[in-house]
Design a protein around this ligand. Sequence first.
Ligand code: GLP
Length: 239
Amino acid sequence: MELKIYEDAALLASDVARRLSQKLESPLNVGFATGRTMDPLYASLLKKRPQMPLARVWMLDEYLGLSAGDARTYAHYLRERVFTPLDYPEAKINLPRLSMSHPQEAADDYEDRLRAAGGLDVQLLGIGHNGHLGLNEPGSSIDSRTRVVTIAESTRVANQGFFASLEEVPREALTLGLGTLNEARELWLLATGRGKAEIIKRFLEGEVSESVPATLLRSHPGLHVFLDQEAASLLKPVG
Ligand code: GLP
């Protein structure tokens, strides 16, 4: 595992954006995440501007129950912040086909397409306060594949700010599974701010358990953890 701690979130964003830009210039499969943690990274990526985007891009999760054009979908988030400003070639953008008759069919189709493309080379990840990755909430197993999930109530509350009321926050989503993520060549997990310090401590130093899903991927050989000092502030000093 690579653990890198930056003085602040801006330095983290700039360094990870530089690395990400290089990956996007190679014919790889790169998975994008959403969330507030990713905002500075994507802003920084626009400044680096990958010269020739060759990577196929995928998304980690998506709400169910919103219409395709809804500005609150994760697909819209990624198009608005990354794909459209970079003029990313449409043929390289891979999204779940939520127009399929049943959401689980769309999940299976997404997993199949990703596997047929060779699986993920790099997956960006944020972390929920409860240790979720994507929307693999507590209780998710290490064998789980891309599927329809129920969003934890605490996650709905955390994401309420993007909606007019809690009632409007979807209750279900489609997420890449922990088993799917476990097969990625590299996992890049980012966390910033004091608010993430407790879950980062549990992720890196706590017991490995389905009750904190991120711990199940802690021994992944290609794990890179990028933290700012605030998110790292509760970790035991090394050495
Ligand atoms: C959201 C997303 C996750 C994200 C996490 C952290 O629910 N579905 O993919 O990693 O929560 O979000 P934030 O960066 O806003 O704290």
